[in-house]
Design a protein around this ligand. Structure first.
Ligand SMILES: Cc1cc2nc3c(=O)[nH]c(=O)nc-3n(C[C@H](O)[C@H](O)[C@H](O)COP(=O)(O)OP(=O)(O)OC[C@H]3O[C@@H](n4cnc5c(N)ncnc54)[C@H](O)[C@@H]3O)c2cc1C
Length: 306
């Protein structure tokens, strides 16, 4: 089921048609507050009341025309203005293919740098999402270059990839902001763990690698991008045992998923950040959310009932 949903996520014919289906549009609302920016910012204000900060992303990926990237960058610059105006502790996360990486890497870099500099003026951070494995090396190298120019940038790394321990080793010297996630794409066994138990074990080992380097004095920021509360608590217990308190483990979860746990963890003293996605290009992103928990497909089907 997971593989089928991930195949559907990448299918251009479906990408064109599914978003027009009324029940799909109704179902996606579970994972996003709305398609427009103001819905996302209003949601961020609601989270703020619970002591939860946010991470905003305007959905879109794999652009086919480079001039679209200029529009995306302008949109994000406007988003930073709104974040500043509303006084939100909201960071921004982008996909490099949404800024044109497939088409013009130099222009992508110029855009990313402009966004990071704008974030810096707000005392904020620009995050780079990690996409499928065809982009891993390019994304890590892009991050190294951007980090040298702008210290306030973060990167997502995927625990299912066998290479990630090496990537962490490579990035640690930069005092990086790292969001560790399990990984959302279909990847072959040659490069990625396939069994959930192996991915979970890798996630804990990599998180502990970050914890140990923090303990050794590195200014690494640790983001645990998972809804797996059992893993978060296991990592927190092991971190506390070596003297790294939960206040240094930022829990990052997605809008609409385990919000009760987000509030509970915030009350327990974890910094919690909710990622709010918005925009009309939600199809591939939404299909990956279904693939993470195929039971969500039943929810979509239920939307067809009166
Ligand atoms: C803040 C954030 C940023 C992310 N950024 C990236 C990125 O840049 N690149 C990337 O490849 N992946 C990214 N992901 C997705 C990630 O890789 C996983 O696919 C996703 O988080 C599901 O795995 P999990 O860690 O929650 O654990 P799982 O073991 O899949 O889930 C643990 C529990 O969480 C709940 N849950 C998980 N997913 C769902 C869902 N979709 N619907 C309902 N309940 C659910 C279920 O109760 C499940 O039992 C991100 C995830 C988060 C939270």
């Amino acid at each position: 089921m997971r593989r089928v949903l991930l195949w559907m996520a990448g299918n251009p014919w479906l990408r064109e048609r599914v978003p027009r289906l009324w029940f799909a549009r109704r179902a996606v609302r579970r994972f996003m507050p709305g398609e427009d920016l103001s819905a996302a910012l209003d949601a961020a204000e609601r989270f703020r009341r619970h002591g939860i900060t946010t991470l905003l992303t305007h959905l879109g990926e794999n652009l086919t025309r480079i001039d679209e990237a200029d529009g995306v960058a302008d949109h994000y610059l406007g988003l930073f203005d709104e974040i500043g105006r509303r006084g939100l502790d909201a960071e921004v996360s982008v996909k490099l293919t949404q800024l044109g990486l497939d088409l013009d890497p130099d222009r992508t870099y110029t855009h990313a740098r402009r966004l990071a500099e704008r974030a810096a003026r707000l005392g904020s951070v620009l995050w780079i999402d990690m996409e499928g494995s065809a982009y891993t090396e390019r994304t890590v190298a892009f991050y190294e270059r951007l980090k040298a120019d702008c210290p306030n940038v973060g990167i997502a790394l995927q625990a299912y990839l066998r290479r990630t321990a090496g990537d962490i080793e490579r990035l640690l010297r930069l005092d990086p902001d790292i969001r560790l996630v399990k990984g959302a794409y279909a990847e072959p066994a040659a490069i990625a763990w396939q069994r959930k138990a192996d991915v979970d074990r890798s996630f804990v080992e990599l998180a502990m690698k970050l914890v140990q380097s923090r303990r050794a004095g590195r200014a690494v920021r640790i983001g645990l991008g998972t809804h797996d509360v059992r893993l978060i608590e296991q990592i927190a217990a092991r971190a506390a045992a070596v003297g790294v308190e939960r206040g240094h483990l930022e829990v990052q979860m997605l809008y609409g998923i385990r919000e009760d746990q987000q509030r509970r963890l915030a009350r327990l003293g974890y910094p919690v950040r909710d990622l709010i996605a918005y925009g009309e290009h939600w199809y591939p992103w939404y299909m990956r959310r279904l693939a993470e928990r195929p039971a969500n497909v039943l929810f979509v089907l239920r939307q067809m009932l009166p």
